[in-house]
Design a protein around this ligand. Structure first.
Ligand SMILES: Nc1ncnc2c1ncn2[C@@H]1O[C@H](COP(=O)(O)OP(=O)(O)O)[C@@H](O)[C@H]1O
Ligand SMILES: N[C@@H](CCOP(=O)(O)O)C(=O)O
Length: 302
């Protein structure tokens, strides 16, 4: 019985929701798994050209995590991996690979793990739940990881809320972008962060799109990462003048996310974002999406 697992990209933080808030973006990592006598790992396509074609592949290691949590041995299989998610751009390619792999391992084992266990395995491996939770459940997810487990609330995206994503043509690994963050923050910064992230989660849950721009203010990570992402500070300051409802560094960057109202034309915002890239000597893509609501989907083919 061959099956596929399709796991979406994600945009984490959304400004002040550092390590705790994210949404699901409809670009997908797809695994095709066929049980057989030996294990074969087959990355396909240009985006995965540099990834391992053996059991050291991140997706396969994620499958093993499912087996370890279930206390079982992973049966051998052929695993083909394809992705539309650009790697190391702040769109959760590693989370899609991780969640896809855990779900595929669980499926191969006959589903011993429930969704909460899959999420917990993924969040502990990644170290923060803000990408893996929306990659698993779709929509917008608020999540925390502590000693007792991974706790979350999934929000249905507000009607009319769309995202515009600027994806520059350069990579920035999450580990490099985490290394520039301070180890400690002042009480004023902590109060600023928790009040804004609470307001943002509340605004998203009741559809107060007018508050997004104010709620998305952040001093925890974006100012430290701005030197790594030319043009970011300009976009955070000015995107609202060009039709954005709010703007944030996507995950650890270098992509930038803007919210828009899907009833409005985004041409003006695209022109502005392409202009920022040009002024900073960058190339890249600007794409509009609806927020994915399906999360990770398994389909049995035979
Ligand atoms: N489908 C995949 N198969 C194997 N490795 C992957 C896959 N997707 C992502 N990765 C690994 O994750 C790395 C990117 O992770 P990271 O730096 O966290 O950035 P992001 O998750 O924002 O794309 C890649 O360089 C690659 O090593
Ligand atoms: N909260 C994390 C999110 C990293 O997201 P990614 O898509 O860049 O992997 C962080 O900001 O470091």
């Amino acid at each position: 019985m061959t099956f596929t697992v399709r796991a979406p990209a994600s945009s984490a933080n959304l400004g002040p929701g550092f390590d705790s808030l994210g949404l699901s973006v409809p670009l997908f990592t797809t695994l095709r798994v066929t049980p057989q006598d030996t294990t074969e790992v087959v990355p396909l396509g240009a985006e995965l050209a540099g990834t391992a074609a053996d059991e050291s592949n991140y997706v396969y290691r994620a499958m093993l995590l499912a087996a370890r949590r279930a206390g079982r041995e992973l049966p051998p299989a052929r695993i083909e991996i394809e992705t539309e998610v650009p790697l190391a751009r702040g769109l959760g390619s590693s989370a899609a690979a991780l969640v896809g792999g855990i779900v595929a391992g669980n499926e191969l084992l006959g589903r011993p793990l429930d969704d909460e266990a899959v999420l917990d395995v993924a969040a502990r491996e990644e170290g923060h739940p803000d990408n893996v939770a929306p990659a698993l459940f779709g929509g917008i997810v608020v999540a925390t990881l502590d000693k007792l487990g991974t706790h979350y609330i999934r929000l249905e995206p507000p009607a009319h809320l769309g995202v515009t994503v600027l994806v520059p043509d350069f990579e920035l690994s999450t580990s490099k972008a985490r290394a520039v963050l301070p180890k400690e923050y002042s009480r004023a910064d902590a109060v600023h962060a928790l009040s804004h992230s609470a307001l943002l989660a509340a605004a998203l849950s009741v559809g107060r799109l007018d508050l997004l721009r104010h709620a998305m203010q952040d001093y925890i990570h974006q100012i430290w990462r701005a030197p790594l992402v030319p043009g970011l500070s300009d976009i955070l300051d000015d995107a609202h003048k060009h039709g954005a409802l709010g703007a944030a560094l996507s995950g650890a960057g270098p992509s930038v996310l803007c919210f828009h109202d899907r009833r409005e034309d985004t041409g003006r915002l695209h022109t502005y974002l392409h202009g920022v890239m040009a002024r900073n000597g960058l190339s890249g893509r600007v794409m509009d999406f609806s927020i994915d609501t399906a999360g990770t989907v398994v389909e049995r083919l035979t």
